[in-house]
Design a protein. Structure first.
Length: 399
């Protein structure tokens, strides 16, 4: 069996639940199972929800299912002994569970966060207190480019003034020379959102870059980017393989984010149109398009369903539609517009098999049949699972 079709984990056959924070943190719901049992659990879940549409291919697991998260965020606070702590909020509370290291998180990121805790004490930077609304440092966010090794650190503060910021950044970089950019994000609101709208670059270009499937991507503090780079490459490669592109197709990348799938597909297609609601993400997609000198892709900020309906009304066509909606799945408007536009093939990338099953029921009700279902384990130790589905038109004559 190749690594690609592996359903068992070689990394450990034992349960991995030794993490002392397993219960309090709640992030790793499947830690009581060995990795191969986790993969079996996800396979069975997919078969139960999706097996009625087509056979489910064996889930693609990770060779090394640890420290895969290349985006790490930590909330800052103080404990009863007035020591600075950082970590995650205890499930459904606003109490911080201190985290020294995490089996899912990038180890460089964890080390940087530990250094920031020590530096805060040296520089007398006080963590923010949500109840009293005092103090400064709320969160630290670290992103690392898997292939580029570039590291971004974002200090999220309650106000604009960060005392001795230049010395603070210099001290941080001395201990972690791999940091390529540092930002301050200002979030003065009473909110559970980590990032505010205002941003200041304290060091470096303010963004990092990484490559995925041979394309370069610029990553900013606020833009969405998949958090498991190893499995993302596998997921996107499967999506593009399923699309069966020959170089002559017109392609739509619906819910395109920063343009990843569309830009990677553009080398194998005649043209690509990416549609995304979030304007910042569309701006990043256009930048990424330029960065890769891609000439045959365009990106638009719009509701994907409305966009496709407008296309159909103008009698434009598409051969392949990639769709990668958020966890809530797609909506009726989008699915209706997809049936109106009637592409030859649809590749649905989903992070929630329940909403995927609901949407597939609508699409397979008339015009389409499911040809392939490929689960990919993007988030080992959690109950999340990603799926790529290929649909194509039902041949009415053969029906
Ligand atoms: N394909 C991208 C992003 C997927 S996340 C990637 O793999 O990185 C889902 C995206 O759908 C988000 O960027 C979100 O902003 C976008 N979105 C949500 N509702 C939308 C809608 N109605 N129309 C277009 N985009 C939408």
């Amino acid at each position: 069996m190749t690594e690609q079709t592996r359903t068992s984990g070689t990394a450990s056959e034992k349960p991995v639940g030794q993490c002392p924070l397993y219960k309090k943190c709640g992030g790793c719901q499947l830690q009581n199972l060995s990795y191969s049992q986790q993969l079996q659990w996800k396979q069975r879940l997919e078969e139960r929800l999706l097996g009625k549409f087509a056979p489910v291919l064996p889930i693609i697991g990770m060779q090394d299912p640890y420290h895969y998260r290349n985006k790490v965020q930590a909330a800052f606070g103080v404990n009863r002994r007035k020591e600075i702590i950082s970590g995650v909020y205890q499930s459904s509370t606003h109490r911080i569970v201190p985290v020294e290291s995490c089996q899912l998180e990038d180890q460089t990121a964890d080390a940087i966060i530990a250094t920031i805790r020590r530096l805060c004490a040296d520089f007398r930077i006080v963590p923010y207190d949500e109840d009293r609304r005092t103090g400064l440092l709320r969160h630290v966010l670290v992103k690392r480019g898997f292939h580029s090794d570039e590291v971004m650190v974002v200090l999220v503060t309650s106000g604009p003034i960060l005392p001795a910021k230049n010395n603070f950044v210099a001290a941080l970089r001395r201990q972690h020379p791999q940091i390529t950019t540092v930002l301050q994000n200002i979030n003065p609101y009473r909110t559970s959102l980590v990032l505010g709208e205002q941003e200041k670059v304290l060091y470096g270009p303010g963004t990092i870059e990484d490559t995925l499937c041979g394309c370069r991507f610029r990553i900013s503090a606020r833009s969405f980017y998949q958090i498991n780079p190893v499995q993302t490459e596998i997921l996107y490669s499967k999506a593009i393989e399923f699309a069966g592109l020959t170089g002559s197709e017109s392609v739509i990348d619906a819910y395109c984010g920063v343009g990843t799938i569309g830009l990677i597909a553009s080398a194998h297609a005649k043209s690509v149109v990416g549609v995304e609601l979030n304007r910042d993400a569309v701006r990043d997609a256009i930048t990424n398009c330029r960065l890769n000198r891609i000439q045959n892709a365009r990106f638009y900020a719009a509701d994907a369903g409305e966009w496709m309906l407008a296309m159909a009304e103008e009698r434009q066509t598409a051969d392949v539609v990639f769709m990668d909606p958020p966890r809530a799945g797609s909506d009726e408007r989008f699915l209706h517009s997809l049936l109106t536009l009637a592409p030859e093939r649809i590749v649905y990338i989903s992070c929630n098999p329940e909403t995927l099953a609901r949407d597939l029921k609508i699409l397979t009700g008339s015009a389409y049949a499911v040809r392939k279902i490929q689960p990919v384990d993007m988030f080992p130790h959690t109950h999340h699972v990603e799926t790529v589905v290929l649909m194509s038109k039902v041949d009415v004559l053969k029906k």
